[in-house]
Design a protein around this ligand. Structure first.
Ligand SMILES: *[C@@H]1O[C@H](CO)[C@@H](O)[C@H](O)[C@H]1NC(C)=O
Ligand SMILES: *[C@@H]1O[C@H](CO)[C@@H](O)[C@H](O)[C@H]1NC(C)=O
Ligand SMILES: *[C@@H]1O[C@H](CO)[C@@H](O)[C@H](O)[C@H]1NC(C)=O
Length: 366
């Protein structure tokens, strides 16, 4: 049975409208955007992610610690638990050659220092030495301090060239579900938080293999990263507050299913990929660009593109935006310190593929 995403929208319509209302205030106080474009943006948001959601059983399998995976009666909501015994994770049952991967996620609340919730695509199991990966990773925090998150990408085993960006959120991710999405086409990659595109990577020839191109699976995990996640490892997971539950619902997998060992792209993917690239969410509208600019200038606190210590020459896909550039020092960190706790140390070096999926992800992250 198929459910279209917009059918589930009314429940989140209130928060969505609130968000746009806030937006409207922000935009109208900084610039003079007319209310008609506000309505256009609001209307676009309800149709932009018009994708079919799949139940857990239709498209996913447990990745590890099945006993810590809770499925709702209708199989459309999955709780991933972390307790003193284990974290947990699930994986798409298939590999996709390009696609749109999306979930509405609610983070565990209270004291979540040391916890990482990850939503990502990877093929490290099939291509240990030259894997591809697109990450959204959420980092918990001590009670009262906000969650943070980061995005990253690897292509063809480019593990020595991390492409991290780190951000704060404009909402409390533990209060309500918010939609997090990864679009991946041969042309571009877009990370979304709700309807806001927060990062785009446009493929160019100079990137060579660093642009992900081999079939990937979708992963979702929660685990104990006490050694680094919060305040550089000073704040550990406190199991007094267990279990920690990350709730995933209305899961979207929209892409071409392939056998990852096939060398040649199955021809049935051509139409799928063309269709994917024609979707509303595969191109950022002028309204979307405005939202992206707002988000990045207000909530991004590290970007590898501005880290000239690490990359004296920014990697080829970096688009240097003058208004962003002036916010950052040569270390890629903000000139003005944002007030919140968290580890700013860079990671992503010396990663090694391992055979066990969970282990490999831990190795990948550390
Ligand atoms: C949403 O998708 C369905 C099925 O793909 C389509 O029939 C419908 O017209 C779409 N609605 C909008 C508003 O794009
Ligand atoms: C990807 O990596 C493999 C193995 O290291 C190499 O043979 C191949 O040329 C690389 N592909 C690209 C596009 O760089
Ligand atoms: C493409 O082909 C594969 C293998 O033949 C099949 O499993 C898959 O469902 C097909 N995908 C689409 C979108 O038709």
């Amino acid at each position: 049975m198929d459910y279209v995403l917009h059918a589930s929208l009314p429940s989140s319509l209130v928060s969505l409208s609130l968000l746009f209302f806030l937006f409207f205030i922000i935009i109208t106080t900084t610039t003079t955007t007319s209310s008609s474009s506000f309505h256009a943006a609001a209307a676009a948001a309800t149709t932009v992610f018009n994708s079919t959601t799949l139940t857990f059983g239709e498209a996913y399998s447990p990745l590890f610690s099945k006993f810590n995976i809770q499925r709702s009666r209708d199989d459309k909501t999955v709780g991933l638990l972390l307790n003193r015994f284990s974290g947990s994770g699930f994986i798409s049952s298939d590999y996709y050659n390009y696609g749109f991967f999306s979930a509405s996620i609610k983070m565990p609340s209270e004291h979540t220092a040391g916890i990482v919730v990850a939503f990502y695509t990877s093929n490290v199991d099939t291509f240990e030495k030259n894997h591809d990966e697109l990450d959204i990773e959420f980092l918990g925090n001590v009670k009262g301090k906000p969650w943070r998150f980061q995005t990253n990408m690897y292509g063809n085993g480019s593990v020595s060239r991390g492409r991290e960006e780190r951000y704060r959120m404009w909402f409390d991710p533990t209060k309500d579900s918010h939609r997090y999405s990864i679009l991946w086409t041969p042309k571009n990659i877009i990370f979304y938080v709700d309807e806001i595109p927060i990062r785009e990577v446009v493929c160019n020839a100079a990137m060579r293999g660093d642009y992900p191109s081999k079939p990937m699976s979708l992963y979702a995990t929660i685990w104990d990263a006490s050694s680094w996640a919060t305040d550089g490892g000073k704040e550990k997971v406190d199991y007094k507050y267990e279990p920690f539950i990350a709730e995933f619902k209305d899961l979207v997998l929209d892409g071409c299913i392939v056998d990852p060992t096939e060398q040649i792209l199955s021809s049935n993917c051509t139409d799928m990929i063309t269709g994917l690239m024609a979707r509303g969410y595969s191109t950022i509208s002028p309204e979307g660009r405005k939202s992206m600019k707002w988000f990045r200038e207000k909530y991004m606190y590290y970007s590898y593109c501005y880290d000239n210590v690490r990359y004296p020459v920014p990697p080829p896909e970096c688009v240097i935006v003058p208004s962003e550039r002036e916010l950052f020092m040569n270390s890629g960190r903000l000139r003005t310190k944002m007030k919140f706790h968290g580890s700013h140390r860079s990671r992503g070096h010396g990663r090694r593929g391992k055979t066990n999926r969970r282990r490999s992800k831990e190795a990948v992250i550390m």
